[in-house]
Design a protein around this ligand. Sequence first.
Ligand code: AMP
Ligand code: TRP
Length: 338
Amino acid sequence: MSETAFQPRVFSGIQPSGDLHLGNYLGALKRFVTMQDQGIETIYCMVDLHAITVWQDPTDLRNATRELAAGFIAAGLDPEKSILFNQSQVPEHAQLAWIFNCVARMGWMQRMTQWKDKAGKNAQNASLGLFAYPSLMAADILIYHATHVPVGDDQKQHLELTRDIAMKFNHDYKVDFFPVTEPVIEGAATRVMSLRDGSKKMSKSDPSAASRINMTDDADTIAKKIRKAKTDPEALPSEAKGLEERPEARNLVNIYAALSETSVDDVLRDVGGKQFSEFKPMLSELAVEKLAPISGEMARLMQDTSEIDAILHRGSERARAIAAPILEQTYEIVGMVR
Ligand code: AMP
Ligand code: TRP
């Protein structure tokens, strides 16, 4: 199927569970802003229905959804240019997800590494929603006929499954209805690693607060976490090749490159030969310079949550205007009497 039949449209989502961290910012949010500013239609969602696949305290969930919205806006997403909303206000996501539950196969879901990691040894006790999570994610994207999805590297497998669902639906119903979506996984920081362990990704669920930089951390906390970040005793190399066997060093250089919007090679041209004792303060200064204005703006926005709620509500109306006719056509194709 040719993807050119569909007008370019960007969709992505982040879960309102826990705090936004540097991995979310560099792997996803910062790139959402870039795509918005390229003049493509952009739709960004706080996926609250995904968040409850694991237990969320209701008060915390409501707060996290608003804080995530504040983070989106503070990072540069403009509610006039982009459609910003929370998933549960657009019921078409869950409605399409049911149809996709009947298209996707059990075996496809069982292969998902995020399912295996999150359910772990206790899969019998995991929620059914956690298992079906990728089917809802496919619905998030395809209910808008989105063609491009910016995400971090950890979502690649879910996007492949989204493509499989679109292709199986089109094949089974002999239509050319859903686009085969392109993942957009690019930049120097598609996989930001834990500051404590270069083999683990930076994650909201890591019990160690020192493993991640949160968007709401103040300057001292950022500097302290970077100072304590695990490294090795060698000086920095002058070329990217010299980082191959040095995951912690590579992570810090990747973060520096992504924050300063340059390449790893350019960074190493400047800092090659320096010790971490010299590089870490440079990285802290850069991180504070980029993150402090965002956290300041988030705090300001959170003072008036009614404004945030109004933005999300308006966004959901714009989103529904796109989603509702696509759901109707889907029901038509599937054979539901309307
Ligand atoms: P989540 O917090 O799991 O909802 O993730 C939201 C977005 O942030 C997704 O696009 C993820 O791929 C991205 N993301 C999460 N953690 C990282 C990380 N450590 N490095 C890069 N991107 C990440
Ligand atoms: N699964 C994504 C994550 O955990 C969040 C997400 C839900 C998403 N629906 C989406 C991302 C649709 C992109 C497109 O990071």
